[in-house]
Design a protein around this ligand. Structure first.
Ligand SMILES: *Cc1c(COP(=O)(O)O)cnc(C)c1O
Length: 422
């Protein structure tokens, strides 16, 4: 593709873009009265306009029906969460029975580790990536301690090579083989939050499982961003939050995948609660737990409807558009952003090093050589919402649902003026 760094060309790409009409489905914040260029959909996705209706509906049912809303609301609350399984299964490449929505991400990973991290004296080690998202590090450390192990010994981090900004699959596979029969679990972020790298989940899952370990994925930066085939890849379990690429609002309900081979298995322990019991007898309040035959067996509490409703709203959009179309635009708009960065790079003295490897979704992490925090502040003041990470990296995620090619062009111009102003 021969891109051009002009406004007319960017506008032409928007005119040809089948998804351009979805931009208007989202609310954009404003800076100085102007709609922002939003690059932080990897952190908190924008609010879909239709979400208000879904939330209002729950508020109205609660106001008008109170407890009767559980059974007589338009979308009754007692089985509200079940509506999400089928559309969500498509987003992550699962069977509907393998997917459920509950709690929040870190909570869910802990609950899944109850089932899938059951260390023995011999097999107790966990492999993860170095510098994993902090919550994942704390989670792994506390789980290991809870089971009476020492985290320095039990947690094996795969490192990047000296001078490289990405993880090599071969290094991960080699570590799996080295840890061998001491390996209990592989748990890695499917898309790294810092450098935007997409891991080879299929291969890593296969090699980890071949060693007799469980393999799970934290898909916070993957769900709604990249193609996932959790079922076909034979992943054991996974969880993701809904508020990044899935645009479901701050801290809202999280998604869970449990491979169908673990459904209805008495030898797989779980922490249990009443929402995990069979739907038809749930309200008979029987003393013994009869698990749902799908991933809902992992549910504990009655669903947080006000947190799940925005997820359902956005899943409607995913249903309409489909991951294939989103990924096609993602590839093109991310490539255009990369092109713009290279063009601006040629015009200024500072240099922008993209540290995201070619295995990527919609995020480019850019090392700003010769620049610093003031450039980031300049971008923010001029309506470019991006994110800064130490030592000198901005993360740019042009979410294909709502970012335009014109945004990329305009970003380039603002970036240039920010660098030249110094
Ligand atoms: C965003 C993110 C989280 C956040 O966890 P919460 O429990 O939703 O606060 C965890 N892990 C990764 C890899 C993330 O990117």
């Amino acid at each position: 593709m021969q891109f051009k760094n002009t406004l007319e060309y960017a506008q032409q790409l928007d005119a040809e873009d089948q998804l351009s009409k979805y931009r208007d489905e989202f609310h954009f914040p404003k800076v100085n009265g102007k709609q922002v260029i939003y690059f932080t959909g990897n952190s908190l996705g924008l609010q879909p306009k239709r979400t208000q209706k879904f939330v209002d509906e729950v508020m109205t049912d609660w106001k008008e029906l109170a407890v009767e809303g559980h059974f007589y609301a338009d979308k009754p609350w007692w089985d509200y969460h079940e509506r999400l399984a089928a559309p969500l299964a498509k987003v992550v490449g699962a069977k509907p029975e393998e997917v459920t929505v509950m709690n929040t991400l870190t909570v869910n990973l802990h609950l899944l580790m109850v089932s899938f991290y059951r260390p023995t004296k011999k097999r107790y080690k966990i492999i993860c990536e170095e510098k994993a998202f902090p919550s994942d590090q704390y989670m792994l450390q506390s789980q290991v301690r809870f089971h009476g192990f020492n985290s320095n010994d039990a947690i094996v981090e795969v490192k990047k090579r000296e001078g490289e900004n990405f993880w090599r699959t071969e290094d991960i596979l080699k570590t799996i083989e080295e840890v061998g029969d001491e390996l209990a679990l592989v748990l890695i972020g499917g898309v790294n939050y810092y450098n935007g790298q997409v891991f080879d989940m299929e291969t890593i899952t296969k090699v980890g499982r071949d060693q007799g370990a469980f393999v799970g994925w934290d898909l916070a930066h993957a769900a709604g961003n990249i193609e996932l085939k959790l079922h076909d890849w034979d992943v054991d379990f996974a969880s993701w939050c809904s508020y990044k690429y899935m645009n479901s609002g701050p801290g809202n309900a999280s998604g869970v995948f449990v491979n169908e081979r673990y459904l209805n298995r008495k030898d797989i322990p779980r922490f249990e609660g009443w929402w995990g019991t069979k739907r038809d007898t749930r309200f008979l309040m029987k003393p013994e737990f009869e698990p749902m035959e799908n991933a809902d067996a992992w549910q504990l509490s009655n669903a947080p409807i006000l947190s799940v409703a925005p997820y359902l709203a956005c899943l409607e959009l995913f249903e309409e558009v489909g991951m294939a179309a989103l990924i096609e635009k993602r590839n093109k708009i991310t490539a255009y952003l990369e092109f713009i960065l290279h063009e601006i790079d040629k015009e200024v003295e500072s240099s922008f090093e993209i540290i995201t490897p070619k295995e990527r979704g919609c995020q480019l992490s850019v090392f700003l050589h010769g620049e610093g925090r003031p450039l980031f502040d300049y971008l923010m003041e001029n309506g470019v919402i991006t994110d800064w990470r130490e030592p000198n990296v901005i993360r740019l995620a042009p979410a294909p649902f709502y970012c335009s090619y014109e945004d990329m062009y305009r970003f380039g111009q603002i970036l240039k003026s920010g660098v030249l102003k110094k």
